[in-house]
Design a protein around this ligand. Structure first.
Ligand SMILES: [Fe+2]
Length: 370
């Protein structure tokens, strides 16, 4: 909306005041004339001006005082000072305080016009800049929101894809129903005991969920073979760690979980696979998972093995501390009471495809429970 430009003119000398006033009225300005700083400030607080022109030397409050008050209310306001020949030092002070310009008496009204025009120019540039900045900020906010939405969508798509992968694996291996759920819960519990929190905990539990995803690449004849595997078959079976790693390594948000997938069959004594790492060279998540996974294997029915009671499982794990497992992790596991482990086992029996799917979603979304 365009409006006529408004000028506030402050001078205690009526002749000068009227001279400037008439000049700008003729040029279609809306002019307000006041005779002292106090009145000027009142006018300024009541309505909006584009420019103020004020004498410096006035009785009571002077122009410098008024300048301070005005800039306090509106730091972008253009204030032009009028000063006597003998008083230019004061005018320079005013510039330092933030005055836009100063005019020395006696003056030609044209001088004032030039200063006023320049002040207008500066003001419109300033406004333009502010508008541009505001628009830019809105745009940035919109784009950020769009990005966040896209990111959420991508993550959801990943989750759905992985859900399908795990379900496919569970369906194919029929006999291991509930295994995924239990090892995820044992791993979460054990990692918690070891004071792993936040994103690191999410990674480890995601890794636990996905640990055997590479078995999708193992032929049925080996994966589902009821009897013992030959040496050659074992060497194929062992490839599931690397197959899983290669399947998932391109998925950025799963990268931290990759260590569990790749190294969950390494042993503390260095006799594991795929790389034969030993001790703390094995990533922590993989060391934690190895204990949780073995505990579940020992306490579950398998075609080739009866389920061991929990206390026996603890003894077996203790015997393997320092051989297959990190002793500190076995110790931490041993501090988890039987009833807590039992609760996980019981709840996994109720596991149906639906429960597994929900658990998968929960784990991948990184929402942690106690
Ligand atoms: Fe495995």
């Amino acid at each position: 909306m365009s409006h006529s430009r408004k000028i506030l003119i402050v001078d205690d000398e009526p002749i000068i005041r009227d001279l400037i006033g008439r000049y700008f009225t003729r040029r279609n300005y809306e002019v307000s004339l006041v005779s002292n700083a106090h009145e000027a400030l009142m006018a300024f607080q009541k309505e909006k001006f584009d420019i103020a022109i004020t004498d410096i030397k006035m009785p009571d409050y002077d122009g410098k005082w008024l300048l301070r008050q005005i800039l306090n209310e509106d730091p972008n306001m253009a204030v032009i000072m009028i000063t006597g020949m003998d008083d230019t030092k004061e005018a320079v002070d005013c510039l330092r305080l933030g005055a836009y310009d100063y005019i020395v008496k006696p003056f030609d009204v044209e001088e004032i016009r030039i200063a006023v025009d320049r002040a207008h120019e500066r003001k419109s540039l300033l406004l333009e800049k502010q508008n541009y900045q505001a628009k830019l900020e809105i745009k940035v906010r919109e784009r950020t929101l769009e990005l966040l939405r896209a990111y959420e969508e991508i993550e959801l798509t990943y989750q759905k894809t992985l859900e399908a992968l795990i379900t496919a694996l569970d369906v194919r291996e029929k006999s291991t129903g509930g295994h995924s759920k239990r090892v995820v819960e044992y791993t979460r519990l054990l990692a918690g005991k070891l004071r792993i929190r936040g994103p690191q905990l999410t990674s480890v539990t995601r890794g636990a969920l996905l640990h055997d995803v590479g078995k999708i690449g193992i032929p049925d004849g080996i994966l589902l073979k009821p009897g013992p595997l030959s040496d050659e078959e074992w060497s194929i079976m062992r490839q599931h760690t690397l197959i899983g790693y290669h399947m998932l390594k391109g998925i950025k948000f799963l990268k931290p979980a990759m260590n569990v997938v790749k190294y969950h069959h390494e042993r503390w004594d260095g006799k594991g696979y795929p790389e034969g790492l030993s001790g703390e060279a094995i990533p922590l998540g993989a060391r934690i998972f190895a204990v949780a996974d073995s505990f579940d294997a020992i306490t579950s029915h398998r075609v080739y093995q009866r389920a061991h009671p929990m206390d026996e499982a603890r003894t077996i794990l203790a015997e393997e501390a320092g051989k297959q497992f990190d002793p500190k992790i076995v110790e931490a596991f041993d501090s988890i009471p039987n009833r807590v482990l039992e609760r996980i086992r019981l709840s996994s029996r109720r596991s149906s495809a639906l429960v597994v799917a929900r658990m998968v979603r929960h784990t991948l979304s990184g929402v942690e429970t106690a």
